[in-house]
Design a protein around this ligand. Structure first.
Ligand SMILES: Nc1ncnc2c1ncn2[C@@H]1O[C@H](COP(=O)(O)OP(=O)(O)OP(=O)(O)O)[C@@H](O)[C@H]1O
Ligand SMILES: [Mg+2]
Ligand SMILES: [Zn+2]
Length: 332
């Protein structure tokens, strides 16, 4: 799954911490056991010593088979005695109790990523996204079509019927999300639900186990500037923007524009196109403005390779504010 590098690092840290806790706990239990049962410590020391003894026997070459057989028998005897002693002292072993017995909290089983590490990555990516924007508020369930007018317009369907299609598109996009999902540009005026629906998509896609990175274009530029001009070492931001399963770039056109920002945005969008990784962009800009602000090349790249989804209606931030002022309950 494509997560940012810092998400892998956080998950690895968590695993390291789990191992440490399990091992410390085992040390503690062992110490208590040995204190009350010195014979057990003696046995464990002998057992630990026998592997060295076995290696010596093999190296010396003398009666190897005989020596090894005798050692094995002695070991079995000691092990039985140890098990009995543990039972007597009410101890269920002195080995670490790892949180995940499959991978012993290493995150990998036979070179493959363990499900516990996958869970950790997903949780971490969710936590980070949530720290930026409360995901729990922006869901498909909390998206109401009542805010969009039902009045039919000349030559075009009502706002509500356009938005019903938009909502349907986004729900299907989230449900069917996969590496081959299309790129989408959500366009329309301020306060019409673009950020709301892109976060609702993120919610569902993260729960499916994909790595999602959400960033406003403004903060993307800041991160890339810091890397580019050496204020941050490494290229973590760029890596995660390029490699995540789904990138959500919010508010294209509101960033402070200069030649660096324009080429940085173009670079990210273009490399994701080349890697065939889906991106969702939201913007207030019309196609004409996009051409004016960036370049013909930039605009045509986006028009040619993105599904364009329209948001129409009256600013819902304002509608909610007037509702609140009038003491009305929010729309169902
Ligand atoms: N259909 C809706 N039902 C309920 N709440 C909505 C709906 N659409 C938007 N909202 C809420 O209205 C506010 C503004 O919506 P949002 O931020 O998604 O707008 P936007 O299109 O991204 O605007 P901008 O272009 O300014 O970024 C948010 O608090 C959002 O949760
Ligand atoms: Mg927005
Ligand atoms: Zn595991």
């Amino acid at each position: 799954m494509g997560y940012g590098r810092e998400i892998y690092a956080a998950a690895e840290n968590e695993l390291r911490e789990r191992r440490r806790l399990a091992e410390e706990d085992a040390d503690r239990r062992r110490a208590v056991f040995y204190r009350s049962c010195p014979r057990a410590q003696q046995i464990e020391r002998t057992l630990a010593g026998t592997s060295v003894g076995a290696a010596r026997a093999v190296l010396s070459g003398k009666d190897t088979a005989e020596t090894l057989k005798a050692m094995k028998e002695k070991n079995l005897g000691l092990q039985t005695e140890l098990t009995l002693l543990m039972k007597e002292h009410g101890i269920d072993g002195t080995a670490p109790h790892y949180r995940c017995s499959a991978c012993r909290d290493t995150g990998y089983v036979d070179g493959k990523m363990c499900s516990c590490l996958k869970d950790l990555l997903r949780t971490e990516s969710y936590r980070r996204l949530n720290a930026l924007t409360p995901l729990s508020l922006s869901t498909f369930e909390s998206f109401s079509l009542q805010y969009y007018s039902d009045e039919p317009r000349e030559e075009r369907p009502s706002d509500r019927s356009i938005m019903r299609n938009t909502l349907r598109y986004c729900i299907n996009y989230a449900r069917q999300f996969g590496p081959d999902s299309p790129n989408v540009i959500l366009t329309g005026n301020t306060g019409l639900g673009k950020t709301h629906l892109s976060l609702a998509i993120a919610n569902v896609v993260i729960k499916k186990g994909y790595g999602v990175v959400y960033s406003s274009v403004g903060s993307l530029i800041t991160k890339l500037e810091n890397e580019h001009f050496g204020r941050d070492t490494g290229t973590e931001a760029l890596d995660s923007l390029q490699s995540c399963d789904l990138l959500i770039l919010d508010d294209l056109g509101t960033e402070f524009r200069n030649s660096f920002s324009t080429s940085a945005i173009y670079g990210v969008i273009n490399s994701r196109l080349l890697l065939k990784k889906p991106t969702i962009i939201s913007t207030n800009l019309s196609t004409k403005e996009m051409t004016d602000y960036y370049s013909e090349r930039f605009a045509s790249r986006i028009i040619g390779s993105y599904d364009r989804i329209a948001f129409v209606g009256r600013d819902i931030r304002q509608q909610k504010r007037s509702e609140a002022a009038a003491g009305k309950a929010p729309k169902p």
